[in-house]
Design a protein around this ligand. Structure first.
Ligand code: IPM
Ligand code: MN
Length: 354
């Protein structure tokens, strides 16, 4: 048996993990993997029950599992609680606790959705990008101060810190990933201003010597965000720090027409964790209208990276392709004349096509 820990979390997390689990059950029927699902709480849901966003029990269950399927955490209900108890802490606790230093976010432009892109068709057509995000370092985890007074003036700070080994391992992951793709890495930093970026660039250059089959270029993050709108097809693998990747990945995702389409998988540690990048979307939570595709494609990444089942992963990906080509659209990607469906209907349409 292969044990998958499912963490629905908050907001649309429950709806989209239900969808992904339904798809995985169909896959299991077809490919006889022997999947076993075990549910655990995290985020606001866990805080409400146990007073902690991430319990040791949940973390231990993830460590013992073959893979983790994660929904989303956070919402306005928990906006004003103590910082150390915020729902997002669950995600950071899992990423750090499982040692997941690399997060892969593939951005694909579906032919069927190209008209839904905010970019012109001729600019976005053919864009196919893999964001490799450093996930357990940088400003997300550096020393910080919520509030201090200096000469009577209140201030706060966060710190971007990267060590050589942290940069080396994520750079290797980017080069290895590029080897399986179009053999190009764009490393994104702010080396004209930040010391941590200058170290980043130096180490990435050093590691690139081990990969002379891979083309490497560097972009400043401000220029990268412009280049994305101007010519997204220039990118293959995009490598960046925790925060720059976080910001860029939403922009990259948006060119595909919806944040709800994008999957991700966090790797490099004890147990991989798959999650849609859409977040908890509290405004639409519980309405049954969320787009489940990002989470369903995350389940495909889970099959590919954790269970090493490429055929099963592709079965999901091509079913999603077909479903979109057949005109099924959740509200976020709906266009006149197409088949408007809710979360469950979209999920069933995908299952029918597996
Ligand atoms: C993401 C999310 C998280 C992040 C939030 C929910 C803390 O935006 O995975 O991209 O910033 O890492
Ligand atoms: Mn984000």
């Amino acid at each position: 048996m292969k044990k998958i820990v499912v963490i629905p979390g908050d907001g649309i997390g429950k709806e989209i993990t239900d969808s992904a689990v339904a798809v995985l059950k169909k896959i299991d029927e077809k490919f006889k993997i022997g999947l076993e699902f075990e549910y655990h709480d995290a985020g606001g849901a866990s805080y409400d029950k146990y007073g902690e966003p991430l319990t040791a029990e949940t973390l231990d269950a993830c460590k013992a599992a073959d893979a983790v399927l994660f929904g989303a955490v956070g919402g306005p209900k928990w906006d004003n609680i103590e910082v150390s108890k915020r729902p997002e802490k669950a995600l950071f606790g899992l990423r750090k606790g499982l040692g997941l230093y690399g997060n892969l976010r593939p951005v694909k432009i579906y032919d069927a959705l190209i008209d839904g892109s905010p970019l012109k068709k001729e600019i976005v057509a053919g864009a196919d990008i893999l964001i490799v995000r450093e996930l357990v370092g940088g400003i997300y985890f550096g020393p910080r101060c919520e509030s201090e007074f200096v000469d009577g003036v209140e201030r706060a700070f966060d710190t971007e810190v990267y060590s050589v080994p942290e940069i080396e391992r994520i750079a290797r992951l980017a080069f290895e990933s590029a080897r399986k793709r179009r053999k190009k890495v764009t490393s994104v930093d702010k080396a004209n201003v930040l010391a941590s970026s200058r170290l980043w660039r130096r180490v990435v250059n050093e590691i690139s010597k081990e990969y002379d089959d891979i083309e490497l270029n560097h972009l400043y993050v401000d220029n990268c965000s412009a280049q994305l709108a101007i010519k997204p097809t220039q990118f293959d693998v995009v490598l960046s720090s925790n925060m720059f990747s976080d910001i860029l990945s939403d922009e990259f995702a948006a060119i595909g027409g919806s944040l709800g389409l994008l999957p991700s998988i966090s790797i490099g540690g004890i147990t991989n964790l798959a999650e849609a990048i859409s977040g908890s979307a509290p405004d639409i939570a519980g309405k049954g209208i969320a787009n489940p595709i990002g989470e369903i494609l995350s389940a495909a990444l889970l099959l590919r990276y954790s269970l090493k089942n490429e055929n099963a992963a592709q079965a999901i990906e091509s079913a999603v392709d077909k479903t979109l080509a057949d005109g099924y659209r959740t509200a976020d990607i709906y266009k006149d004349g197409l088949n408007r469906v809710n979360t469950v209907e979209m999920t069933n349409a995908i299952i029918d096509r597996i």
